[in-house]
Design a protein around this ligand. Structure first.
Ligand SMILES: C[C@@]1(CC(=O)O)c2cc3[nH]c(cc4nc(cc5[nH]c(cc(n2)[C@H]1CCC(=O)O)[C@@](C)(CC(=O)O)[C@@H]5CCC(=O)O)C(CC(=O)O)=C4CCC(=O)O)c(CCC(=O)O)c3CC(=O)O
Ligand SMILES: NC(=O)C1=CN([C@@H]2O[C@H](COP(=O)(O)OP(=O)(O)OC[C@H]3O[C@@H](n4cnc5c(N)ncnc54)[C@H](O)[C@@H]3O)[C@@H](O)[C@H]2O)C=CC1
Length: 295
């Protein structure tokens, strides 16, 4: 019997989209790993301070600090535990990416005392959270984690997922965001929540990713005209004959007759049709052969 409720699988981490906008992050270190952390936290709009002596900065970190200027504060100094309390004061998150695990552990203890969440790149058991292998397509974010067990496998799994993503997934989500905002304006009442959600689910399911990605504001208005009557207009109804020439239909043609971009096997449709023909041909040959034997 199928489980009624999802099974609890202990031993994982909590995968969440932590909102860091404007939060103060201290990053200690300036090598390649620190440069990777920088991308992660700046993608989340954090206020970032980098602490690392100038002589220790790698090429990417130098570029980020002095050319791209995405680092909000740069402190040209080494972290020392003697004045550690003063150094960590006021931060919302601390990240270390240094080649000194004793110092990493000390920074970790300091952060705990100050109740600041901390990630220590070289001492996984001490971390409050791990980083993962990431995909970013506009508003879409995918993270793969192996709980620290196999970072390389996290990266290769991420690459597999990346290849499976529809090309237009980012713009499609942007457009859905706009449509949702327009719907909230048209139907702002809290009590309409369940109807709003049902309607959004049905619209998202009725339009393909390519169709959503190419939706115009005028088409959104047309879809919204169906809201009061609880009607869901799909792309063919909104676009009429133009739909047949639209990129989404070209995409559907590819799905029917092309090859799968992930593993390279032919589309299930053409494979199915081809398989049926091949099956029929084989059966005919078999029948012909056996009937000849019978004769
Ligand atoms: C715990 C964690 C740190 C944290 O977040 O706290 C951690 C820890 C460590 N990694 C080490 C090594 C390698 N790390 C990578 C790659 C990545 N590592 C990443 C994350 C994490 N690595 C966190 C857990 C992630 C998870 O859940 O799986 C990724 C996913 C994201 C990112 O770094 O931003 C990024 C891929 C990004 C991408 O390409 O998409 C490779 C492969 C490569 O470079 O190609 C190798 C060499 C192969 C190997 O060693 O396996 C070592 C040294 C071990 C030693 O000294 O022997 C430690 C420390 C230790 O394990 O003790
Ligand atoms: N993805 C991950 O999480 C991975 C983690 N690691 C671990 O992460 C750590 C950092 O790796 P890399 O960037 O390759 O090392 P790296 O040796 O290139 O860089 C270390 C950096 O720390 C700085 N540093 C050292 N002591 C400091 C101090 N007291 N205050 C401020 N800055 C200080 C150095 O100047 C240098 O910029 C290593 O310990 C490594 O084992 C390694 C590979 C992957």
């Amino acid at each position: 019997m199928a489980e009624k409720y999802p099974k609890i699988c202990p031993g994982g981490g909590l995968i969440i989209a932590w909102q860091l906008k404007g939060k103060k992050v201290l990053l200690v270190g300036g090598g390649n790993v620190a440069a990777g952390r920088l991308v992660n936290v700046k993608d989340a709009d954090a206020h970032l301070t980098v602490m690392c002596p100038h002589s220790g900065l790698g090429a990417e970190m130098k570029h980020r600090i002095f050319e791209e200027k995405v680092v909000d504060a740069y402190l040209d100094q080494t972290f020392s535990v003697e004045n550690g309390d003063a150094l960590v004061e006021g931060y919302d998150m601390i990240l270390t990416a240094i080649d000194d695990s004793d110092l990493s552990r000390s920074i970790c203890e300091l952060a705990r005392r100050h109740k600041i969440p901390v990630n220590v790149a070289d001492v996984p058991p001490e971390c409050d959270f791990y980083f993962g292998s990431l995909i970013r397509r506009g508003p879409l974010q995918v993270m793969v984690s192996t709980g620290g067990k196999g970072p390389r496998i996290a990266a290769s799994t991420r690459a597999t997922i990346e290849r499976a993503l529809p090309e237009n997934i980012g713009p499609a989500i942007e457009k859905v965001g706009q449509l949702r905002a327009m719907l909230r304006k048209r139907a702002p009442d809290q009590k309409q929540g369940p109807k709003r959600m049902r309607w959004m689910i049905d619209v998202c399911d009725a339009w393909t990713v390519d169709e959503l990605a190419t939706m115009t504001p005028h088409e959104m208005d047309q879809i919204l005209e169906g809201w009061e009557a609880g009607k869901i207009k799909n792309a063919r109804q909104v676009r009429g004959w133009a739909w047949w020439a639209a990129p989404s239909w070209q995409g559907s043609k590819k799905a029917l007759f092309g090859t799968c971009p992930v593993v390279g096997y032919p589309s299930p449709w053409s494979a199915g049709i081809g398989g049926a023909f091949a099956g029929a041909a084989a059966a005919t040959v078999f029948f012909a052969a056996t009937s000849r034997l019978r004769r």
